[in-house]
Design a protein around this ligand. Structure first.
Ligand code: AMP
Length: 395
C-alpha cells in the first residue's frame, strides 16, 4: 500500500485532496466535523515532519462561483481541529494560489477555494489538473468520499506525480477495512444488507456471494424476497420488476453455500407514520392495507445469534425505518449485537449512507471496528469496482 509513510515531508509541500464536503447551517457554521477530523492524522504527520500542507476539496454542488459554497466558511473550524491557523486562497488555481503556495512555510497550512467553482474539476480536464499539480511536491489523496469519481483533483492529477503520489491515512484505512472484510477475512463472515431497495444493493449482493458465509437481508428489501417466494406482503415496499432477480439470488446463494437469512416476523403499521397503529405478524402474512416497517422480535433474536457467531461483519443499510422511533428497534438491536461481537474480537465494518447515520444516531460509532466515511465510494468498492482515485495512485 503506497501510503504517506513512504515519504519524508521535511521541507516538502504536500498537496492533499481531502473531502471537506461538510454540512453547513444557515450561518455557514459546520454542523458535522467528522470529515475534517478524519483528515487530521495525515495533516499532522506531514506538519510534524517539517512539511507544509496545501488542502484542496469541493463543497456542495455549485454552478460556477457561488459564495455560499465557498470553503472560506470552514477555515475557522479547520484551524481549530488541526491546531494551526489555516490560510486561504480565493482561487484553487492561477496566480493567487501559486503565490500563496510559494509563500507557504514549513508547519503552515493553506486551504484552496472550492475546486468545483471550476467546471473542469468534474470533467476531469487535464490542463486544470496540471495547474493544480503546480501547487505541491507530493500528491496525497485522502478523500475517500470522492475516490469513485475520475475528477481532476481525485484521479487525473496523479499522472503529474509519477514518483511522488500516495494515499493518506484515511483512504488507506478505508481500503484496508474493506480488504479485511472481503479478502483477508476471518470466518464466518456475515454481511447485513438492509435499507430500502433491492435494486441499489444488487451489485453488492452479487459481488459478496463468493466472499461471505451468511447474508442477513432486512429493511424494505425484505418484501421483494418474501413476495417472490409467495408470501403476502400487504402494502409493504416491493420492487415488482425484481421478483425474478430475488429468486435468482436465493438460488445462486444456495449453490455457493451462502446462507441467506430473511426476517421471519415484522412490525407492521397501517400507514407510513410513527403514529400509525402497529402489530407484529409473520413476515409471510401481512394483512392487506398494512406494511412491514421493522424487523420483529423473533427475527431480532435470530439475527443477533448469527452476529454473535460471526468473526467478520459488514453492515450496510438499516433493518427498518429507523428514522421513526417506533420502527427503530430492529436496527438498534442489530447495532447492539454487532457492538457485542466486536467487543468479543470480531471485526465489524459499517459503511454506506444510512447505516452510518444510524450508528451515529444510536451511539454505536465507537463500538464497531470501522465506520466508513464514504457512501457512494464504499458501495462501489463493495460492488467490486476499481475506483479511479485508488487506481491512479496504484498505477
Ligand atoms: P438505503 O439508502 O438503501 O440504505 O435505505 C435506507 C432507507 O431505507 C431508510 O431511510 C429507511 O427508512 C428505509 N427503510 C428501511 N426499512 C424499510 C421498510 N421496511 N420500508 C420502507 N423503508 C424502509
Amino acid at each position: 500500500m503506497k501510503t504517506l509513510d513512504l515519504f519524508n515531508f521535511k521541507d516538502k509541500k504536500a498537496l492533499i485532496r481531502v473531502d471537506f464536503n461538510v454540512p453547513l447551517d444557515a450561518n455557514f457554521k459546520v454542523t458535522d466535523t467528522t470529515r475534517i477530523e478524519a483528515a487530521k492524522p495525515t495533516i499532522a504527520k506531514i506538519l510534524g515532519e517539517g512539511g507544509a500542507v496545501v488542502l484542496m476539496s469541493h463543497l456542495g454542488r455549485p454552478k460556477g462561483v457561488e459564495s455560499k459554497y465557498s470553503l472560506k466558511h470552514i477555515t475557522e473550524t479547520v484551524s481549530k481541529i488541526i491546531g494551526v491557523n489555516v490560510k486561504f486562497s480565493n482561487n484553487c488555481v492561477g496566480d493567487e494560489a501559486e503565490q500563496a503556495v510559494a509563500n507557504l512555510q514549513k508547519g503552515e497550512v493553506l486551504l484552496l477555494e472550492n475546486l468545483r467553482f471550476h467546471p473542469e474539476e468534474k470533467t476531469g480536464n487535464i490542463n486544470f489538473a496540471k495547474q493544480l499539480a503546480k501547487l505541491g511536491d507530493i500528491y496525497v489523496n485522502d478523500a475517500f468520499g470522492t475516490a469513485h469519481r475520475a475528477h481532476a483533483s481525485t484521479a487525473i492529477i496523479a499522472q503529474f506525480f509519477p514518483e511522488a503520489k500516495c494515499f493518506g491515512y484515511l483512504l488507506a484505512n478505508e481500503i484496508n477495512s474493506i480488504k479485511r472484510v472481503l479478502e483477508d477475512s476471518q470466518k464466518p463472515v456475515t454481511a447485513v444488507l438492509g435499507g430500502a431497495k433491492v435494486s441499489s444493493k444488487i451489485g453488492i449482493i452479487k459481488n459478496i456471494l463468493d466472499k461471505v458465509d451468511h447474508i442477513i437481508i432486512g429493511g424494505g428489501m425484505t418484501f421483494t424476497f418474501i413476495k417472490a417466494q409467495g408470501g403476502k406482503i400487504g402494502n409493504s415496499l416491493c420492487e415488482d420488476d425484481k421478483l425474478d432477480l430475488a429468486l435468482e439470488i436465493l438460488e445462486e446463494a444456495k449453490a455457493k453455500n451462502v446462507k441467506i437469512h430473511l426476517p421471519i416476523d415484522t412490525v407492521i403499521a397501517d400507514n407510513f407514520s410513527n403514529d400509525a397503529k402497529t402489530d407484529v405478524v409473520d413476515v409471510n402474512n401481512i394483512p392487506e392495507g398494512w406494511m412491514g416497517l421493522d424487523a420483529g422480535p423473533k427475527t431480532n433474536i435470530i439475527f443477533s445469534f448469527i452476529i454473535a457467531q460471526s468473526k467478520t461483519i459488514l453492515w450496510n443499510g438499516p433493518l427498518g425505518v429507523f428514522e421513526m422511533p417506533n420502527f427503530a428497534k430492529g436496527t438498534i438491536e442489530l447495532g447492539n449485537a454487532i457492538a457485542e461481537a466486536t467487543k468479543e474480537g470480531a471485526f465489524s465494518l459499517v459503511g454506506g449512507g444510512d447505516s452510518v447515520a444510524a450508528v451515529k444516531q444510536f451511539g454505536f460509532a465507537n463500538k464497531v471496528s470501522y465506520v466508513s466515511t464514504g457512501g457512494g465510494a464504499m458501495l462501489e468498492m463493495l460492488e467490486g469496482k476499481t475506483l479511479p482515485g485508488i487506481a491512479a495512485i496504484i498505477d
